[in-house]
Ligand binder design. Sequence first.
Ligand code: TYD
Length: 170
Amino acid sequence: MLGSEKKSYNILFDKSTLIERRTVKINKDLCVKTMNYRMVEIRSIHSQGLGSLSFFESGRDMSFEIKRIYYITGVPANFKRGYHAHKTLKQLLFCPYGSIEIILDDGERKESIILNDSSKGLIIEEPLWREMTWIVKESVLCVAASDYYDQNDYIRDYNSFRVYRSQMYT
Ligand code: TYD
């Protein structure tokens, strides 16, 4: 069983729009997913003594087209950002430098994900409340997003988010 789970993890950016709750093996830790997000491996080429180059391509590696890229820099250690959810926006988050904790919350449960590897990405494709903590100062958070900036897509109040989530399934 683990073999097939590992295989599904190795498929780069599974193009299925159906996001399954499944168990995947990541960095030797067994990560049991109970929420609709996905960890993905970003293709990387490592050159001995010369670092590594990572890349992904819209339309090939992603389940959504990328319309916007943004990144957050210069954040001191232990500072937090986020405190919002998106109604429709899909995002790939990755951290090419440093270490950032992402707390995802579906209104009932919270899960912690550490982004500290330039070849690992986090895909969020449904409304999840997120809080991000900079574990290492000046870690870089990059986001590839499915749409242009739209402040109306944000939910910035937690109680409103819970109401929004509950209405999603009624
Ligand atoms: P926000 O998404 O709230 O960042 P964080 O959750 O990390 O604090 O964005 C911060 C500010 O930047 C906010 O005023 C909106 C603005 N912004 C843009 O103008 N364009 C963008 O693409 C993004 C992501 C934010």
